[in-house]
Design a binder for this molecule. Structure first.
Ligand SMILES: Cc1cc2nc3c(=O)[nH]c(=O)nc-3n(C[C@H](O)[C@H](O)[C@H](O)COP(=O)(O)O)c2cc1C
Length: 199
């Protein structure tokens, strides 16, 4: 699939209705995620971003861990709605997990005392960039994608299941699948109010 960058940016949406039909090969998904991991910038080229790509039964297991974790803490009466939401992500066939390696960040803080307070902020900013690049890339490939935050609730279950190093701090989960319905109408606030131009 080939679309220009501007169209891809415009078309990237949160898609909550997804299915398990493999509209793109796993190899292709792996390739575009690798490309994003390689080329997304990090402050001081710190590359503290870490990604775990889960397909099929691994994806199902993630959303099962999430569901069972939430079952223990969400009031029983509210749980059906929670379960529906989790099932809507499980309906897809893959999830990208985003982490930031705290060991890298702490190392830089020791090396560059002057920027000590900035490194954790830059790590979050760069992780956001990485998330955006992957989100947009997956959209370009024809997938329906959304961004979720069940961390830190699921951190322990995820670390145990996939042997994630203790220094990797989970930042987000990005479930994807074939889109089965278009996104909701989106409201746009005034760009003119949000942007000043001097020329
Ligand atoms: C930093 C960030 C955090 C988000 N967290 C969540 C989330 O936890 N759950 C969710 O369903 N959507 C989440 N979203 C999606 C936003 O709600 C969504 O991007 C926004 O409403 C605009 O809609 P669009 O993605 O369709 O353009 C997040 C988006 C961003 C950029």
């Amino acid at each position: 699939m080939s679309k220009d960058f501007y169209t891809a940016v415009k078309n990237r949406r949160s898609i909550y209705t997804i299915g398990k039909e493999k509209v793109v090969t796993e190899e292709r998904i792996e390739q575009v995620v690798k490309q994003a991991v390689k080329h997304t910038p990090y402050a001081f080229n710190a590359t503290s971003g870490r990604v775990v790509l889960l397909f099929d039964e691994h994806h199902d297991k993630l959303w099962n861990i999430t569901k069972e974790t939430l079952r223990k803490i969400v009031p029983e009466a509210d749980f059906p709605a929670t379960e529906d939401r989790i099932n809507s992500f499980a309906n897809g066939y893959g999830t990208v997990l985003f982490f930031e390696d705290q060991e890298v960040i702490e190392g830089l803080q020791k090396q560059m005392e002057l920027y000590k307070d900035n490194f954790p902020i830059w790590s979050e900013q760069a992780s956001g960039m990485l998330q955006f690049v992957i989100w947009t890339s997956l959209e370009l490939e024809g997938l329906g994608v959304s961004l979720q935050h069940y961390n830190p609730l699921i951190d322990k279950g995820v670390k145990e299941k996939w042997g994630i190093p203790n220094t990797w701090k989970m930042r987000a989960q990005m479930p994807f699948g074939n889109p089965t319905a278009p996104p909701k109408e989106k409201e746009f606030s005034s760009v003119e109010e949000r942007m000043k131009v001097f020329k």
